[in-house]
Design a protein around this ligand. Structure first.
Ligand code: ZN
Length: 265
């Protein structure tokens, strides 16, 4: 009897350990891909090089087995991507220098879809943030702050998503998409502690920005940006866990980003 009791005790304690495991916890949720694929459709700033993929080899080799390999080339800033703080702030973190802790954490999603979908030049205000906090409580310390404008629904239709499908320097003045008001960015860095800021448009400044002030304010505080984030409609207002892993380009000002979120069932 004693041995049976001991066996049951060990079994119970093993089970307990298992239940507490991270793997077990994760199995009680699902992963959501917040990343657009990279292809010839990927949207880039009108002046930036687009994604190119050339076939190095594709087919059956002389040895009789299938083999494929490609060369790719693109600007850092396009598609779902990271803005490293050094993109707009000299001496701040480059793509390879951002601590992993800043790229992972609990996310809050501030939804401004109603206003932004009616106005392509909409600037997300401090009021929008405070209205969210009124319902959800203050943005928790060390959150990854995500803004949802709804423009992700247009991706990759450049005309709707960016305001123009023209390319080149003259197209920049024709960009129209919403983003974060510099005053809201200033309020965030002064009053809240966030790890990173992401949004479902091409830039943390709106399309008509000339001075990219929101970039300067956030990145000046070493807060990285995530742009062209996909599928934000699939995240709750709070409680998702985000993992954002950019290509580790040494000294890079940004780069392609694989960003995913875990959401409890
Ligand atoms: Zn960028």
């Amino acid at each position: 009897m004693k041995w049976i009791a001991l066996f049951l005790f060990i079994l119970a304690s093993c089970k307990e350990r298992n239940d507490d495991s991270l793997a077990n916890e994760i199995s009680e949720g699902k992963w959501i891909d917040l990343t657009y694929d990279f292809s010839s459709q990927t949207l880039y700033w009108p002046t930036a090089a687009t994604f190119r993929m050339d076939t190095a080899f594709e087919g059956t080799t002389a040895g009789g087995f299938y083999y494929s390999a490609y060369n790719f080339c693109a600007a850092e800033h396009g598609g779902t991507h990271l803005d490293a703080p050094v993109h707009f702030a000299k001496g701040k973190w480059a793509a390879d220098e951002i601590p992993l802790d800043k790229l992972t954490g609990e996310a809050v999603v501030i939804d401004v879809v109603d206003k932004a979908m009616k106005n392509a030049d909409y600037l997300i205000s401090t009021d929008d943030i405070q209205a969210w906090e009124k319902t959800n409580g203050n943005i928790p310390e060390n959150s990854i702050l995500l803004f949802r404008t709804g423009y992700g629904a247009y991706y990759p239709d450049a005309k709707k998503y960016l305001g123009t499908d023209e390319r080149g320097a003259d197209a920049v003045a024709k960009l129209h998409f919403p983003s974060i008001h510099p005053a809201a960015a200033a309020w965030i860095v002064k009053n809240r502690k966030v790890k990173a800021v992401g949004i479902d448009v091409a830039s943390v400044d709106y399309g008509q920005s000339k001075d990219f002030k929101t970039h300067q304010i956030l990145y000046g505080e070493n807060i990285p940006g995530f742009e062209n984030v996909a599928n934000l409609d699939k995240l709750p207002a709070k409680g998702a866990y985000v993992i954002a892993l950019p290509m580790k380009i040494k000294g890079g000002s940004g780069g392609p980003l694989r960003i995913i979120a875990w959401v409890k069932h």
